[in-house]
Design a binder for this molecule. Structure first.
Ligand SMILES: [Zn+2]
Length: 260
């Protein structure tokens, strides 16, 4: 039975049905504003961006409970194995049997696709939702006396240190406990990994000081260097659709570099 379920999961994630469910879940989570239709290729990119998130898991769960009948399948296969039922092939000359047709029609009703022109909107909306929902570890690089985990969307336009008032707030992508040493030592006499963290905090602080919240949104992108983020912000310093497109492009570029 676990083998059946894992095979089912493996093939399910490739289906339009699953993709559609993920989009629906993402919409419900507030991650996508509009539901439109899109070509399968770009849709795949969008779905991959949700991989490893609760949205992805929830989409899978929904397909299993609403679209597929996994329990029924396990039962039928069990009965086949025990010999309770027998497999009989019906020759129809390539036409679906009346029962099969009902199934095919019901599935195709659920898998209507989205036109490519709406794809841009969908990609921007999903990037927006993803980045704004990221949580960053913010540290003050002026007094090293302030550290707080904050969701990007909850930040003010111009983040400031509540202790010293400085706007040299850096963004670390590590848990608070990993940055405790850096703060305790106030950025001095650091171990090698702390040194690295410190320089990253200062680089990001420079961007946040200059561009405010927009910098924190861009810095929440996946695996993009601060230099590339700086490039995005230089081209588009305000959080617009174009801004999100530039961030997505930077993510794509860094991803393709990694696989060269
Ligand atoms: Zn401070």
């Amino acid at each position: 039975e676990p083998a059946i379920r894992s095979t089912l999961t493996f093939s399910t994630v490739k289906t339009g049905l699953f993709k559609r469910r993920v989009i629906q879940v993402a919409r419900r989570f507030g991650s996508l504003k509009k539901w439109a239709d899109f070509s399968n290729v770009s849709l795949q990119k969008l779905i991959s961006s949700f991989e490893g998130t609760p949205i992805y898991e929830e989409g899978l769960k929904e397909v299993f409970t609403k679209d597929l009948d996994a329990d029924g399948l396990v039962m039928v296969l069990g009965r086949l194995r025990r010999g309770d039922v027998r497999l009989q092939v019906v020759k129809t000359g390539g036409n679906p049997t009346p029962v099969a047709r009902v199934g095919i029609e019901r599935v195709s009703m659920k898998t209507d696709l989205i036109p490519p022109e709406k794809m841009r909107t969908v990609l921007v909306e999903s990037a927006k939702a993803r980045l704004l929902n990221e949580t960053g570890n913010f540290v003050c690089t002026a007094c090293w006396d302030y550290m707080e985990m904050i969701r990007i969307k909850d930040l003010p336009d111009r983040p400031k240190c509540p202790r010293c008032g400085s706007s040299a707030i850096g963004l670390l992508k590590v848990e608070e406990e990993k940055a405790v040493g850096l703060l305790e030592k106030k950025g001095e006499h650091l171990a090698k990994n702390e040194e690295k963290m410190c320089s990253y905090a200062k680089q990001t602080a420079a961007l946040i000081e200059r561009y405010g919240k927009a910098a924190t949104v861009a810095l929440s992108a996946r695996r993009v260097s601060t230099a590339d983020i700086a490039g995005v912000l230089e081209k588009e310093p305000s959080v617009s659709d174009h801004f999100y497109e530039l961030v997505l492009e930077a993510e794509r570029k860094s991803l393709s570099k990694r696989f060269k």
